[in-house]
Design a protein around this ligand. Structure first.
Ligand SMILES: [Zn+2]
Ligand SMILES: [Zn+2]
Length: 345
């Protein structure tokens, strides 16, 4: 089969690999129909994720057809169409029982990281019963691929952790796919304002179409002043960090109002300043989380009921033989206006 291989920092290749086989009774082999590229894959390619070794097949998102099942798999059969969760979980360890699948003692984020991933024609999924979601046929799989990672991530790490309430004010720093996924799912709770902050004009325009009540281009204007202007000098009840650099985390500290919450989603590679000299007395909550994908079933129902349309997050579509071109497009988003790119196998 063909697969996209991480070859060490800055290097990747499309290569022929053996088709994966069942290793444990709880495994399934899934034939990929659609996959996508994540910002996290770019972090790996930059060398930011040393736990991902050269030779690894990348990718942790996708939709496919069950091709083989181990004898311990009880809820899925060959031919079932499935959504692949970016988080692998056994559903029975101490952390899983707390709903913290991301820290599963025999799983977590391993796909396309510590084991071979979904940017291939086939993938082995451990703990298939708990890590795959059976899909009805005839639904738009482009929309469903957005449920592998970005929608649960935006919702769990941004919206739920951010404790968004009806009438509240929200700012989302970063209008990439994850920030936009937070924007889509924040609207379940009817906040009165959702202010999107990003230096990219195109992404802000997309955010407007997806329901942002105001946009702030922090390349051209001072984002703190702009948010204060928009909120009667109060700041926002929830500030969602969806970038992952020190400046944007500090921006959240500067715009959160007393009693508010800073919900971090960004993948941080370096330390960020925490201004306790100002925040200690402001009743602020700061949250962090790796997506647990415990809301995937709920989000699946919402997408199938057409309550939100995640295909609005998709900018490009490629066939699998053009995956290198898909990476080039996705990694040059400022020029290509890329959001999520779909890859059809
Ligand atoms: Zn991802
Ligand atoms: Zn577990």
């Amino acid at each position: 089969m063909k697969a996209l291989i991480y070859q060490g920092p800055g290097k990747k290749s499309l290569e022929e690999r053996p088709t994966p086989t069942i290793q444990r009774a709880t495994d399934a082999i899934v034939k990929i129909i659609k996959t996508t590229i994540c910002g996290t894959d770019l972090h790996i390619l930059k060398g930011d994720v040393p736990t991902c070794q050269p030779g690894r097949i990348l990718g942790h998102e996708g939709v496919g057809i069950v091709d083989k099942v181990g004898e311990g798999v009880t809820t899925l059969k060959v031919g079932d169409h499935v959504l692949i969760s970016c988080i692998t979980s056994d559903g029975k360890c101490e952390y899983c029982k707390q709903g913290m699948y991301s820290h599963c003692l025999d799983g977590g984020w391993i796909l396309g990281h510590k084991i071979d991933g979904t940017q291939a024609e086939y993938v082995r999924i451990p703990h298939a019963d708990n890590s795959l979601y059976k899909l009805p046929q005839g639904i738009d799989y482009n929309a469903i691929v957005m449920l592998s990672d970005i929608l649960p991530t935006g919702f769990e790490c941004g919206v739920l952790n951010g404790q968004i309430q009806p009438g509240n004010t929200v700012a989302i720093v970063g209008a990439g796919p994850i920030g936009l996924a937070a924007l889509l799912t924040a609207q379940f709770y009817s906040p009165s304002q959702i202010i999107m902050i990003d230096p990219d004009h195109h992404r802000l325009e997309v955010a407007k179409r997806l329901g942002a009540t105001a946009i702030v281009n922090n390349k051209n204007e001072n984002a703190v002043n702009a948010v204060m202007e928009l909120t009667n000098k109060r700041g926002v009840d929830t500030a969602i960090e969806a970038v992952g650099i020190p400046e944007t985390f500090v921006l959240c500290e500067d715009i959160v109002t007393a009693g508010g919450t800073i919900a971090n989603i960004g993948v941080h590679g370096t330390k960020a300043d925490l201004h306790l000299e100002r925040l200690w007395s402001h009743n602020i909550t700061i949250t962090t989380r790796l997506v647990d994908t415990v809301t995937t079933s709920m989000l699946l129902k919402i997408v199938m009921a057409n309550k939100i349309n995640p295909t609005l997050l998709i900018s490009h579509q490629f066939t699998f033989d053009k995956i290198i071109q898909a990476y080039d497009t996705f990694s040059n988003a400022a020029d290509t206006k890329a959001l999520k790119v779909i890859i059809d196998t």
